[in-house]
Design a protein around this ligand. Structure first.
Ligand code: NAD
Length: 392
């Protein structure tokens, strides 16, 4: 990326706890950048609006203004707090709108353990992974029909009478969904995952799927993923296959390309998380896996993420607006701070990003943490959202 020293970064404050965590995040990022580059670099924050705040600025029904979409496209790198999903009125989830309209096909979730973080597993420190979740296809694409509608009936009729689906019963009350998974969609995701493994000198990339059951969709994902590794990265069979390996062109180290069935993976991450480094998976699997792994290393209060296309990167806290604690200065700002840390790394400001990781580790190790952590830790002191930011 060709980044100026003082880039304009559009940001959406977010609804609910967005008003608590986003200002804290800006303060922490500004301090880290100042400390790392002594004024020669600076983020110029530009507020853009979405969600409830947009309805106040732009008018009652405008949840996602065109100007906001345009800014995210034009400025390429942006940040977002959580947004309320409008209920009723036929308005789609704002996050889904953003992903679909901007083709943000890659949902990136790093899963990293910070010493002292409360965790339900015995050896959480062995968990260090990055998940690449396909964001645009799968049953998650929302192609579905309500039971009893003429469309649902038409599809059932088509399946039974023209497609030879005779073994499955379709009782009167049956919703119907479609699961599209394409070679192109798989390839663009797996390409990103392998490139990440190369750039970050990771020893493996694992395709997580249910191809044993859903042969042409999840099985396709596995097959196309392996083929891409062979054709574009020069991977060859490891001990007769099906696993592959290739030499990292930057470091000379070996990168193993492997696969695992999703249910086995969900067991293994509890028992042997050290076996996994970079994960590439389909949309629905990715949804479950991201939250399970986030819980393993401290929960959604500290889980960062990004949604990306080939050009656009939108960094965001992975949690929602947490209405019960909104505006109370109680929320954990960790998730959005670490999302901004990912953003700094993405634009190459590695020194500032490293400083943030160090400061956050220090704050957790000192056991001065927000309520979601302090309630699960022995002899921890509860601090407010802003105090947590200040001590960093
Ligand atoms: P939520 O993530 O807001 O809350 C789930 C639980 O986690 C709650 O107990 C909450 O208090 C807690 N929590 C969340 N973030 C926290 C933080 N930073 N610090 C401490 N505790 C935190 O999920 P929800 O209650 O299902 O959804 C509330 C609203 O948010 C809904 O309108 C939903 O549609 C929306 N939502 C938005 C996004 C997004 O914008 N990315 C994601 C999920 C949900």
């Amino acid at each position: 990326l060709n980044v100026p020293d003082k880039p304009i970064v559009p940001y959406i404050e977010g609804d609910g706890i967005g008003i608590d965590i986003t200002p804290v995040m800006k303060k922490v990022i500004n301090a880290a950048v100042e400390k790392s580059y002594g004024g020669s670099k600076e983020i110029q924050w530009m507020e853009i609006f979405a969600g409830e705040k947009a309805t106040k600025v732009y008018g009652a029904d405008v949840w996602m203004p065109e100007e906001t979409m345009q800014a995210i496209k034009d400025y390429v790198v942006s940040l977002k707090g959580p947004l309320t999903t409008p209920v009723g009125g036929g308005i789609r989830s704002l996050n889904v709108t953003l992903r679909q309209e901007l083709d943000l096909y890659n949902c990136l979730r790093p899963i990293r353990y910070y010493d002292g973080t409360p965790s339900p597993v015995r050896e959480p420190e062995k968990t260090d992974m990055v998940i690449f979740r396909e964001n645009s296809e799968d049953i998650y694409a929302g192609i579905e029909w309500e039971s009893g509608t003429p469309e649902a009936k038409k599809i059932i009729d088509f399946l039974q009478n023209e497609m030879g689906v005779t073994k499955i019963r379709f009782p009167e009350t049956s919703g119907i969904g479609v699961k599209p998974v394409s070679k192109e969609g798989t390839e663009r995701l797996v390409r990103k995952a392998l490139q990440y493994a190369i750039d970050n000198d990771k020893p493996s990339m694992t395709l997580v799927h249910k191809g044993n059951i859903m042969k042409f969709t999840e099985g396709g994902f596995k097959q196309w993923g392996y083929e891409l590794a062979k054709n574009e990265f020069g991977a060859t069979e490891l001990n007769g296959g099906p696993w592959l390996s290739f030499k990292n062109p930057k470091t000379g180290n070996e990168i193993i390309v492997k696969d695992v069935i999703a249910d086995a993976f969900l067991q293994n991450i509890l028992l042997h998380p050290e076996d996994y480094d970079v994960i590439a998976t389909l949309n629905l699997n990715g949804d479950y896996i991201s939250d399970a792994l986030a819980a393993q290393v401290g929960g959604i209060g500290i889980a960062p993420g990004a949604n990306m296309s080939d050009t656009i990167a939108l960094f965001e806290a992975t949690h929602g607006t947490a209405p019960p604690i909104a505006g109370l200065n109680k929320a954990n700002p960790g998730s959005i701070i670490l999302s901004a840390e990912m953003m700094l790394r993405h634009i190459g400001w590695v020194e500032a990003a490293d400083l943030i990781v160090k400061a956050l580790s220090g704050a957790i190790a000192a056991k001065k943490v927000t309520f979601d952590f302090s309630s699960q830790m022995d002899d921890a002191t509860e601090v407010s959202c802003s105090e947590f930011g200040d001590q960093m």
